[in-house]
Design a protein around this ligand. Structure first.
Ligand SMILES: [Zn+2]
Ligand SMILES: [Zn+2]
Length: 260
C-alpha cells in the first residue's frame, strides 16, 4: 500500500538503516502538522510521533516520508508491527471476540471503523507535492534538533500558525516555479524580484474597515489585500477564458456554481 500512486524511486527520501528514526526537521513538521495536528488513528490526541503506516518489519514498510503518518505515542505503541489496515481488522475482531486475543488494547469501535479512510485522507495530504515542497523550503535548511521535545516545539509553533491562518500558503500561486525557494504569493513571494509592489490610496474610513477586517480574520493586512486581489483577478481571467471559448462549454457554469 505504501508508495501507491507516488511517482518516486525507492531511494528518494529514504534514510539509511543506521539513521532510522532520524528524519529531518521538515519531515517531522510536515507529517505531524497533517490531519490538523491530530493522531490519525484515535482521531483525538495531538500527534507526537512519525508512525510507519506499513511497518518497517514488514515487506512493504519503509522509513520514507510517504510511509509516515501522524500518531500519538499510545496508538504507536498499540499498533506495533501491523499495517493500519491489519491493526483496524484486529481491533474489530477484538470487539467481537474480546477473549480471543486479537488485540490487548482497542480503540472504540466507531473510531476503528474510520481508520482506513482517515489514513487514506492524511496520506493524500502528506503526498501533496505543493504542500511537501512548502515544508521543504521553510524547514529544510533548519538544523534538526536532537531532542524530541524541541522538534515538538517547532511542530507546535507551525500548527498554531496554520490554525490562525484561514488559507494554506502552498495553495496560493507561485510568482514563478522554483525548486529551491518558496515563491508563493501569499507567503514569501513578495521577496522575489518578479514581485512588484503596487501603491494604493485608501480613504480613511476604507482603510479603517480593511484593518478591522484583517484584525478580525487574524490576517496580515497585506495578505488580506493580496488575497482579495487574487480572487478578483482570477475571476476576471476565468470570465475572459469563458468569453473566448477556450474552455469546454459548461466549465464556466460549473465554476460559477462552485462559487455559490
Ligand atoms: Zn492516537
Ligand atoms: Zn514561504
Amino acid at each position: 500500500m505504501s508508495g501507491e500512486g507516488v511517482e518516486m524511486t525507492a531511494a528518494e527520501g529514504e534514510v539509511l538503516r543506521k539513521d532510522r528514526g532520524h528524519q529531518p526537521l521538515w519531515v517531522w513538521v510536515m507529517v505531524l502538522t497533517a490531519y490538523g495536528h491530530r493522531c490519525v488513528y484515535c482521531d483525538e490526541r495531538p500527534s507526537q510521533t512519525l508512525e510507519h503506516e506499513a511497518p518497517l518489519a514488514g515487506r512493504a514498510g519503509r522509513d520514507i516520508w510517504w510511509n509516515l503518518v501522524p500518531a500519538c505515542d499510545r496508538c504507536n505503541s498499540w499498533k506495533q508491527k501491523k499495517s493500519a489496515a491489519e491493526w483496524a481488522r484486529d481491533m474489530k475482531l477484538h470487539h467481537a471476540y474480546p477473549k480471543a486475543g486479537f488485540a490487548r488494547h482497542a480503540l472504540p469501535l466507531r473510531i476503528v471503523e474510520g481508520i482506513n479512510d482517515r489514513v487514506a485522507h492524511v496520506q493524500r495530504e502528506i503526498r501533496d507535492p505543493a504542500r511537501r515542497q512548502w515544508f521543504e523550503h521553510h524547514y529544510g535548511q533548519k538544523r534538526t534538533p536532537r531532542l524530541r521535545r524541541e522538534k515538538h516545539e517547532e511542530v507546535q509553533r507551525c500548527a498554531e500558525g496554520m490554525e490562525r491562518y484561514p488559507f494554506l500558503p502552498w495553495e496560493s500561486r507561485e510568482i514563478k516555479p522554483s525548486t529551491s525557494h518558496c515563491m508563493r504569493v501569499l507567503c514569501c513571494g513578495y521577496q522575489q524580484d518578479d514581485a512588484h509592489p503596487e501603491f494604493i490610496t485608501l480613504a480613511e474610513a476604507e482603510r479603517e474597515d480593511l484593518r478591522r477586517m484583517a484584525y478580525e480574520k487574524g490576517w496580515y493586512l497585506g495578505d488580506l489585500i493580496g488575497n482579495l486581489l487574487d480572487r478578483a483577478v482570477e475571476e476576471w481571467r476565468r470570465s475572459r477564458r469563458g468569453g473566448r471559448g477556450e474552455k469546454r462549454s459548461g466549465d464556466v457554469n460549473r465554476d460559477a456554481c462552485a462559487r455559490l
